[in-house]
Design a protein around this ligand. Structure first.
Ligand code: AVJ
Length: 319
């Protein structure tokens, strides 16, 4: 029979402490920066779901197409009893995978957003009455304490979210994933691919302004959680392609000089007119780079699948 369990690995006060530290550190350095994980409160998760439906934002559709077309091949390569998904969000695309894995017993979605996890679990359990869902509220980056799960295990990290990590962070992260995998297990990794800059920039600067609202939502999170007085209207959404490092940067550009007070941190943050705060890096990949980074972590690339237009890739690698 279907069942649902939820584990919070992060005590509420640990999350609060991490936000305080990231904001203190990120807003007192130059250039200013914040980690992208703070976008995703309930509102931010909603806005991201809206982004995935935008005409300009191709990665979700491209990855869904690959999952739909290749799920049988993935299932044949890894007859998984357990599917662990890091940064699972709404688990929407994962449906295709779950439906294709006949030996699957347990799905372990891991996400920072508890609201996204409970919503996703509800929908999945309705569709798969025999499935156990053990949701874990955790920050995927910091080696979430996963429940002990039977192998073979398929570890999925989809959406291209690995691109939110800087190269050194990616190396540490992949090494940590590798350490948790044994014989018969596999990693299914989604990576957005390098393509023409106009397509990339449009995906992060859509005409209807949803991505701008998503970007500014981090200011609302800091206002609410830390009592700051950011005026979101005082910032412009900026998306730039860094051709050298092959990543998109999202930034918030202060329209005028500003002083933001964050009383709970005893901080006053000064912005010059035009000063930019980096809120996200979203790296884009090539097959050789993915292969190299996986190999450096002790993983061997076994399959590489792209959508029809070659915009996005799913790779399957093994220890
Ligand atoms: C959820 C991290 C894959 O980097 O494309 C979407 C987040 N940021 N639009 C991405 C995002 C701006 C997204 N990931």
């Amino acid at each position: 029979m279907s069942q649902f369990a939820l584990t919070r690995t992060l005590p509420q006060d640990a999350t609060a402490a991490a936000l305080r530290e990231d904001v203190t550190e990120g807003l007192t350095r130059w250039p200013k920066q914040l980690p992208p994980k703070w976008f995703y409160d309930a509102r931010g998760s909603e806005l991201f779901e809206e982004i995935t439906r935008l005409p300009e934002y191709y990665p979700t559709r491209a990855e869904r197409q690959i999952l739909r077309d290749r799920a049988p091949e993935i299932a044949a390569a890894v007859p998984a009893r357990t599917l662990v998904e890091l940064g699972s969000g709404s688990s929407d695309k994962t449906r295709h995978l779950i439906a294709a894995l006949p030996s699957l017993e347990t799905y372990v979605p891991v996400d920072v957003s508890e609201s996204a996890l409970t919503g996703a679990a509800k929908a999945l359990l309705a569709e798969h009455p025999g499935l156990s869902v053990h949701a874990v509220v955790a920050d995927f980056e910091h080696g979430p304490a996963l429940p002990p799960v039977p192998g073979p295990r398929l570890l999925a990290f989809l959406g291209g979210t690995i691109g939110n990590l800087l190269p050194a962070e990616r190396a540490a992260f992949l090494g940590g994933l590798r350490a948790g995998l044994g014989d018969g297990d596999a990693l299914l990794l989604g990576t957005d691919l390098v393509k023409d800059p106009a397509t990339l920039v449009a995906a992060y600067d859509d005409a209807s302004g949803v991505t701008a609202a998503f970007n500014k939502n981090v200011l609302a999170v800091i206002n609410r959680e830390l009592g700051a007085d950011f005026d979101p209207a005082g910032y412009d959404h900026v998306a730039v392609w860094d051709a050298e490092r092959e990543w998109i940067e999202m930034r918030l550009r202060s329209r005028g000089p500003a002083v933001v007070k964050i009383p709970s941190l005893d901080l006053a943050v000064h912005f010059e007119r035009g000063e930019e705060l980096r809120t996200e890096v979203s790296a884009k990949f090539r097959q050789e780079g993915v292969r190299r980074e996986l190999a450096a972590a002790g993983l061997t690339l076994r399959h590489w699948w792209t959508d029809d237009e070659g915009r996005f890739a799913l790779s399957l690698s093994v220890p």
